[in-house]
Ligand binder design. Structure first.
Ligand SMILES: [Cu+2]
Length: 114
């Protein structure tokens, strides 16, 4: 019985680091994107966009060299939206796609180490 419990606990301890998603916070304001961290581990990541500004903003992510663009919806001032996605190793561009916000500075790069 005790042995079975130990085996189970060991299995949980081994599995946990793989199942726990990474987290990335992105704070948006006029006209900046501030990332909670410059890099995040490959695999499942929960991206949370927090709009700290006075205008609406959204968020797009695309791996440099990749073709798929991930989108977080238009988010109201004071609002928060999240997206769960699976990141591959590489570098991702992040930007706000509204009007000319990216040109004005709402862009950032996230590193996903191999
Ligand atoms: Cu914006």
């Amino acid at each position: 019985m005790i042995r079975a419990a130990l085996v189970f606990l060991t299995a949980v301890a081994v599995l946990q680091p793989h199942s726990a998603p990474g987290r990335l916070g992105v704070s948006a304001s006029e006209f900046h994107l501030t990332l909670s961290r410059g890099s995040v581990k490959a695999g499942r990541v929960i991206v949370q966009l927090q709009n700290e500004g006075e205008d609406v903003h959204d968020l797009r992510l695309r791996r440099i060299g990749g073709t798929r663009t991930y989108s977080l919806p238009v988010t109201s001032p004071g609002g928060r939206t999240t997206l769960s996605l699976r990141l591959l190793p590489g570098r991702y561009r992040l930007w706000c796609s509204l009007a000319n916000h990216a040109q004005l500075g709402m862009r950032a790069v996230l590193r996903v180490p191999r």
